[in-house]
Write a protein that binds this ligand. Structure first.
Ligand code: KIV
Ligand code: NA
Length: 265
């Protein structure tokens, strides 16, 4: 199997081949996604929400991200694995940012890190890249700044914020990022950014004119019952599937149907 690299991803943009990405947080799911042929897996700090049950991504720690990421890396043969630097592990201090990124690379075997923000964190981005660690940018709705935004609504709907986003994207490209995630922005802006850059853009709620798409696995598989933003396409209603299986199991145990003669020693 030929592994996906930053070079592969850039070539995919150049050739007009869309990049597929999902989040993963554990060995068993990562194995299925990799077997299916996903190009990239993101060990997102959305683990804070979907794995740990926190309301935001802010509480998850670097140690917890490393636990999830090392589990994912053990499962994969082909895809490119990126790990989110969690809130508080890179902002403001580029030396600390590099230390956090180095820990992720050393302790998980992942292939790169993702950082939220543009100009504000550009020194951290440069320092990490100069250590030879691939960095994926993340602009638009950046959930670690949710208390600054005050809302999960679409970002950059006005021209000022759109211009800043394009400027940030160019800064990240110049700093050496191998790609940029664009979250919850107008499709037109997603297109403008993608056309302005040589590196691939990966959208989530950023429309169809970007170079790839990423979804949170729990959303895409329908494990989250309530979360139904407009940008989400659900490929399964796994909540109902698991609910039904669990009810059948409970019933079989209660009725003494399980285990039967063939299911015992
Ligand atoms: O943490 C995450 O899942 C993410 C994606 C939504 C891009 O950052
Ligand atoms: Na994230």
């Amino acid at each position: 199997i030929k592994r996906v690299t930053t070079h592969t991803l850039r070539k995919m943009k150049h050739d007009g081949v869309k990049i597929s990405m999902l989040t993963a947080y554990d060995y068993s799911m990562a194995r299925i996604f990799d077997d299916a042929g996903i190009d990239m897996l993101l060990v997102g700090d959305s683990a804070s929400n979907v794995m740990a049950g926190h309301e935001t991504t802010l509480p998850i720690t670097l140690d917890q991200m490393i636990y999830h990421a090392s589990s994912v890396v053990r499962a994969i043969n082909r895809c490119f694995v990126v790990v989110d630097l969690p809130f508080g592990s890179y902002q403001g201090n580029s030396k600390e940012a590099l230390q956090s990124a180095v820990r992720i690379m050393k302790e998980t075997g992942a292939h790169g890190v993702k950082i939220e923000g543009g100009e504000e964190i550009i020194e951290s981005v440069k320092r990490i890249i100069s250590a030879g660690i691939p960095v994926l940018g993340h602009l638009g709705l950046t959930p670690q700044s949710i208390y600054k935004f005050g809302t999960y609504a679409v970002r950059a709907t006005d021209e000022d914020e759109a211009k800043k986003l394009i400027a940030d994207a160019k800064l990240l490209e110049e700093a050496g990022c191998f790609g940029i995630v664009l979250e919850k922005i107008p499709a037109q802006l997603g297109q403008r950014v993608s056309e302005a850059l040589g590196i691939p853009t990966i959208g989530i709620g950023a429309g169809k004119y970007v170079d790839g798409q990423v979804l949170v696995m729990h959303d895409m598989l329908g494990i989250n019952k309530e979360f139904k933003p407009r940008f989400l396409r659900r490929y399964l209603d796994l909540y109902e599937v698991i609910l039904g299986a669990t009810r059948s199991y409970i019933q079989d145990v209660k009725s003494n149907d399980f285990p039967n003669e063939n299911e015992q020693y």
